[in-house]
Design a protein around this ligand. Structure first.
Ligand code: 5AD
Ligand code: FES
Length: 372
């Protein structure tokens, strides 16, 4: 990539030496927020090991300032792997006939919540493919029931693209948060990862409608999808600065053997960690999960993600027998027999990385101020 001419003047001096104080971290954060697209792309592509270390230190200081050493837990319930979409990267796409499709009943989902609540979880994330058998009114009834049973818990939905009216219905039923990754903010790249009837434009209007419906919004993208450039990632950062979501989930692309992208290279750990640190600097108060995908890419991926600036973990609460069927990508961790130990395993991992688990709802620090 061509080096923007004046850039050497604009790369913060802080990136050439360790960042040791909150003031330095905040000043770096402010400088990065003024970076334009070529500057961000250049940093993403050319960051030296020293610059990466400086970004990581600064991200750690900001995370510590706003959230301490706390890691929030979200209990993830993957309640249906039926999907009417056909994303080229995703293992549960509708064109994959090898998936053993499952759908949990309301009673099974409520049972997952009951177990999760007893384990201390105060956030439930209901995630599924875009399953027409779970239309918004049915989901809304379920949301109402979960709310009634567990008023102290936050409820997050992640069920894809719906109409603005559906989003409003779900919000009124009592869902607090909604996760919908934009996947990539580059329209050409988006088109190379999805069939023609799934457009970036539609995805972005859904995100705006979620915001208007009053949700805490989570978005995010994959790192290292085939054909992704540093410029695509720069666009992701700029788009997120416009959207200002409360949560940002990123993880490396990992090929799934039954998809059109089965032969592609996975995303890189180093680039994922760099993007996490940049996100913490650009969004100091955001909730950033250390995702299962980064833990799948590397045995210590989630611990490294926490050290790079993440502050959320999303352990799986789905019934054991279905976990391996929610295979968005190959070798997904926490799906085998060991998954019953999830809570204990995570606690050990979090503590070994120098953090502590926090089981509260884990709202963003500034949520009360920014609420619509
Ligand atoms: N590798 C990594 N992440 C994936 N996702 C879907 N397929 C893959 C894959 N092959 C991510 C998408 C989606 C989220 C639920 O999982 O970003 O939004
Ligand atoms: Fe289901 Fe992408 S394949 S949303």
């Amino acid at each position: 990539m061509r080096r923007p001419e004046t850039l050497s003047l604009q790369v913060p001096a802080a990136l050439r030496q360790p960042v040791t104080s909150l003031e330095e971290a905040e000043s770096l954060s402010q400088q990065l927020r003024r970076f334009n697209r070529p500057q961000l792309a250049w940093l993403i592509e050319q960051a030296t090991p020293e610059a990466e270390a400086a970004l990581r230190q600064a991200a750690g200081l900001l995370r510590e300032h706003y959230y301490g050493r706390k890691v929030y837990l979200r209990g993830l319930i993957e309640f249906s792997n039926v999907c009417q979409n056909d994303c080229f990267y995703c293992g549960i796409r509708r064109s994959n006939p090898s998936v053993r499709r499952y759908r949990l009943s309301e009673a099974q989902i409520l049972d997952c919540c009951r177990q999760g609540y007893a384990l201390g979880y105060r956030t439930f994330v209901l995630q599924s493919g875009e399953d027409p058998a779970y239309p918004a009114p049915r989901l809304a009834r379920l949301v109402t029931e979960i709310r009634r049973r567990y008023p102290a818990a936050a409820l997050t939905l992640s069920v894809g693209e719906l109409s603005a009216a559906d989003y409003r219905l779900l919000r009124q039923a009592g869902a607090d948060r909604y996760l919908l990754r934009h996947e990539t903010a580059d329209a050409g790249h988006y088109a190379s990862l999805h069939p023609a009837d799934q457009t970036l434009q539609r995805r972005l209007s859904c995100l705006r409608e979620l915001r208007a419906a009053g949700f805490q919004v989570g978005s995010g993208f994959m790192v290292g999808t085939p054909g992704q450039t540093a410029d695509c990632l720069a666009q992701d950062l700029l788009f997120l600065q416009e959207l200002q979501p409360q949560m940002i989930g990123i993880g490396p692309f990992i090929p799934q053997h039954d998809t059109p992208l089965s032969q592609a290279e996975p995303g890189r750990l180093r680039q994922t960690l760099l993007m996490l640190s940049l996100l913490r600097l650009l969004f100091p108060k955001a909730l950033l999960p250390a995702t299962t995908a980064v833990g799948t890419l590397h045995p210590l991926g989630r611990e490294l993600a926490l050290s790079a600036g993440a502050n959320v973990l999303m352990p799986n609460l789905s019934p054991q027998e279905y976990r391996k069927d929610y295979a968005l990508y190959d070798n997904k961790i926490c799906t085998g027999d060991e998954a019953a130990e999830c809570r204990a395993c995570l606690q050990k991992r979090v503590e070994s990385a120098g953090f502590t688990i926090d089981t509260s709802r884990g709202d963003p620090v500034d949520w009360e101020e920014t609420k619509l």
